[in-house]
Design a protein around this ligand. Structure first.
Ligand SMILES: Nc1ncnc2c1ncn2[C@@H]1O[C@H](COP(=O)(O)OP(=O)(O)OP(=O)(O)O)[C@@H](O)[C@H]1O
Ligand SMILES: [Mg+2]
Length: 264
């Protein structure tokens, strides 16, 4: 590991869970049409240029270095397209590093707005499938089933858990997704905007659950455009802009700088 990367010594007693070392992530978009007008597009078609021959690169994360420890809740902030989701996907092992490395201790779980739930299946089936997908046993799922449903609040307005997911509002879907993921203790839990669509009381419950997950010695990453949620749940914040880590520090300090910059 390169010197000066802020890699911790064993002596401080904190246990690192995620280490990003000069991490670069590049997307390659195949078949992207070249910039140009209709005439040049027509010319390309007439020449039978294969669209696949054009590759456009998006350098989404640029040299990010940080160490996350057990028991930390880390907020990720930055404008749209600044690389937050990309960074989480890389930590989850879903994207290869172009340069640099990312190390994780334990199994990272990414809970995104797009986490796979099956629209045609009932909420109940999704709880079971989601639990199995996270590596829980049938026994564990059975014993936590009611807790998951209660936490989600899906049944507050009637027996919705036995209806297909497609009959749920987007907020209800997000709540069920979070509830399933939160039922398990995670080594590293990453939440990408999953709380954004929940209402106030659900948000309060999930913030409470994030605090519990932290105290159970996991590490939580939370992406949110809601500064209050970040302030209430995170003690440390990483601020990304154009793929670069602009600031890394105590939540109130980084949020203050961010708010001054963005005027929010
Ligand atoms: N699958 C993809 N293929 C190509 N480029 C992508 C892909 N996903 C994201 N990008 C690009 O990578 C950059 C970072 O995107 P990312 O989704 O990580 O931003 P973000 O910080 O999560 O934004 P938001 O706040 O809107 O969720 C953007 O320029 C985006 O266009
Ligand atoms: Mg995103």
């Amino acid at each position: 590991m390169r010197p000066g990367a802020g890699i911790p010594s064993e002596a401080d007693g904190r246990i690192p869970t995620v280490v990003a070392d000069d991490l670069h992530i590049v997307y390659r978009v195949y078949g992207a049409s070249a910039r140009g007008n209709a005439t040049s597009a027509l010319r390309r078609i007439l020449r039978r240029e294969s669209p696949a021959s054009r590759v456009r690169e998006v350098h989404a994360v640029r040299g990010v270095t940080f160490v996350a420890y057990r028991g930390e809740a880390i907020g990720l902030i930055g404008s749209n397209g600044s690389g937050k989701s990309t960074l989480l996907r890389a930590i989850a092992g879903l994207l290869p590093a172009e340069r640099g490395r990312v190390y994780t201790d334990g199994q990272p779980s990414l809970l995104g707005v797009n986490a796979a739930l099956m629209n045609d299946l009932t909420g109940e089936r999704n709880v079971i499938l989601g639990g199995l997908a996270m590596g829980m046993t049938r026994e564990q799922i059975r014993s936590r089933y009611q807790q998951i449903v209660d936490f989600s609040g899906i049944n507050e307005k009637g027996d919705f858990i036995s209806l297909p997911m497609r009959t749920y509002s987007s907020g209800m879907q997000a709540r069920l997704r979070f509830s399933i993921a939160a039922a398990k203790d995670h080594d590293v839990l990453m939440i990408d905007e999953a709380l954004a669509t929940g209402d106030k009381s659900f948000r309060r419950r999930s913030e409470q659950r994030i605090r519990e997950l932290r105290s159970e010695a996991g590490t939580v990453f939370l992406v949110s455009h809601n500064n209050k949620t970040i302030r209430d749940t995170c003690d440390r914040v990483l601020w990304l802009e154009k793929g670069e880590l602009l600031m890394d520090g105590p939540a109130d300090q980084v949020l203050k700088a961010y708010e001054e910059e963005t005027g929010k």
